[in-house]
Design a protein around this ligand. Sequence first.
Ligand code: NAD
Length: 468
Amino acid sequence: MRRLYINGSWIPSSGGDGIDVVNPATEQVIDRVPVGTRADAAAAVAAAREAFPRWAATAPAARAKFLTVAGEVLAARAERIARVIAADLGAPYGLALRLHVGLPLRVLRSYARLAAEYRFDAGRAGDALVVREPAGVAAAITSWTLPLHLPVCKVAAALAAGCTVVLKPSEVAPLAAYELAEVLHEAGLPPGVFNLVSGSGPVVGEALAGHPDVDVVSFTGTTATGRRVAALAADSVKRVVLELGGKSASVILPDADLAAAVRATVESAFLNSGQTCAAWSRMLVHRDHYDEAVRLAVAAAREHRVGDPFAAGTRIGPLVSAAHRERVRRAIIRGEEEGARLVCGGAEPPPGPGYHVAPTVFAGVEPGMTIEREEILGPVLAMIPYTTVDDAVEIANGTPYGLSGAVWAGDRERALAVARRLRTGQVHVNGGAFGHLAPFGGYRWSGVGRELGVAGLEEYLEVKALHL
Ligand code: NAD
């Protein structure tokens, strides 16, 4: 059994219970993590509160140094941690190394630089001096989808800002968070500055979200849980960051390079077995090109080999758990029942052990169908025909979510004009790559606040006006 990390020490949970960690490819138990209690959450908050004044007063350059060292430790352990994530989440090893470890490493390094370079003290407004100060104790509550990246986004930004942190990772795929705790411990972070309490959402998550000594709660997960977290946080008027679900559209305009746009959309929809918040899970194609796009999408989907995360050539590992696979299968069955046309994959799981789902493509999807509106978080792509560009924009904006999206056109200006009309936090224009310094977050049901870069740092800062 692992231990909780509180006040610089590894300690058992006061309740003594544990949660099995299951490898979703082999269905075998590979580890066990403690089920934290409300008392454990309170002890972690007390440690973070005690450590706060000194950490907040630590010079930003010294905070930067800790983060730089943490980056070095993480880089040295990259392959080991990628193996842990491949076994715990089911991500193919190559993806685990490149995305699940490579991305948070870049984020950690970016916050080491920002801590050193950000001008905390230099604002002016009329005659007033405007300073930015650490907001206090931050609670970070994270989803399993990107099990190292999501904790790092929150923890690195908070530490750079001068906040102290209590992290509650998901009870699903929790091992990467333990690796992060070991990295920060090894980097020599002072006791109490970072704390880890694993456990269930309704117990540890709610204890943190409602705790009067927590000043900021940063949450990543479903919209339903985000509402609950925000409601609990309201009582003590915390700052709240919510990074929630999505149902993003890739809008392919008639003059776009169809083959490139379809291929990239299929890749986005199936990345991480479709278990990413920002997946382009809806592909919008003009009716004149629709049949050709379906043919291209099916061909691209068939190239996504499903299999063992450690086998060469696997592009799609299992889904994270048996329960999640069941949710995804039910969504596929619902799509068929509502009249969408299954052109690839389906609800029948591939043979063998592991919580696999075949890459699945639906054609003939109409706006308003459940598979068009609701997040599935599995390898399921919905292809929707449109008639005019105005229709495409209306369909793209027609779900309550607004997280990501893409626009493809023959030239950048036309693509940009449509991108500006999408009510969503980020849009990839003609295949523009994701950048880890750009603000990341959602409109409407996809959330409140931003992560990454300067915008992510400022979520952990209070603003003070000094009138001179
Ligand atoms: P979830 O809401 O079930 O759980 C998220 C976290 O909240 C977990 O740590 C869980 O233990 C905790 N939790 C559960 N109930 C709680 C409660 N009552 N109070 C406090 N905490 C509670 O979500 P999930 O299944 O882990 O994640 C999938 C969702 O996350 C998807 O909707 C996905 O789109 C979203 N997501 C969003 C982003 C983003 O940046 N916008 C990134 C990754 C994932």
